[in-house]
Design a protein around this ligand. Sequence first.
Ligand code: SF4
Length: 423
Amino acid sequence: MTAAASGDCAATPEIHHERGERQTFCGLAGIVWLHRKMQDSFFLVVGSRTCAHLMQSAAGVMIFAEPRFGTAVLQDRDLAGLADANDELDRVVRELLARRPDIGSLFLVATCPSEVIKLDLDTAAARLQQAHGERVRILAYSGSGLDTCFTQGEDTCLQALVPLLPELPTLQRSLLIVGSLADVVEDQFTRLFDRLGIGPVHFLPPRRVADLPPVGPGTFLLAAQPFVGETIDALRARGAHLIESPFPLGVEGTRAWLMAAAGAWGVAPELVEEAIAAPAARAEKALARYREQLGGKRISFLPDSQLEIPLGRFLARECGMQIGELGVPYLDRRIMEPELALLPADTQLTEGQDLERQLDRLRADRPDITVCGLGLANPLEAEGLTTKWSIELVFTPIQGFDQAADLAELFARPLNRRQRLAF
Ligand code: SF4
């Protein structure tokens, strides 16, 4: 089915919708970066051995650190309804909290198996909270499902935090950045907002769940990630206002993102230009090298992370790449509209996935590089296509001026490797 974007202008790409087989991770993958971000948290996945296996493979790189996630494995007796899974869960949580006094916040994460046996983790979290009192905060959210995309695990996790956010006092205002950013990127942005007199600035997720940011009618929201639409809605229901903006990827996106916040604070654009002059110039200079390598190269995106549109915009406009098909898991107009306006008008934009048909189109097009999920990368490489794992773009600090060239390098590297192998 093909439909013109509703309410679009002449320059907005046409959107094709596709439904069929999909290839993606579930939302459990979000634990991999969320447990690193919120340093007082522990994620207890209530699932099967499959879920435990996914966590181990996705987070394999972190097994040497003291892990802050684990799986309460539902056994056959639980799945058959022969054992009371609630009793088992209470025991596991009791033992975990006794063993790990450092846990400040415990997230019970629902999975397909826990949902199939109708284990109500919201109720379990409330019961366990009562049992364990003030010492630890216990919450629940769902990481299950393969019908959307793996980054939505962060959205459901952050949504679970929204009702707990303290009220921002009346007549006060603050800026709330929504979506996880690496600490180093947060620090850079904090310094820039500080210079512009914009603040106080808070981040969701916070570095510690114990330090939840306030929210209220004086809160202005700036999305740092394109997969936090439900969280934004929950924050708006508490009175917050969304500042519409492209995402802070590349020099252009970062400048627009800061300008949007400055606009809401009444800061003159000239002052913003002055404050960002040095980091923007550094980033432009560093990017020039990659523009030479990437310019004219063709890139396609298979739908996986929700980062596809801002990445495509950056690579087309700042690195001179040509976009082949740009697939997104879903198009969230609540926060994606400003990005759509910046995409080349002839971008072949597809929402949803019919895997085999999409792969056929990819094979016919044979772009220089394809951004895709882990499961597809190896088979495509075996067919001679160069790939980039989309999940890597979620783990890596890529936002802001100082990371613009690093972001370009993430795409230049596989192309260079392929070139070297060809000799
Ligand atoms: S939550 Fe569902 S999709 Fe994710 S690993 Fe467990 S069983 Fe698989």
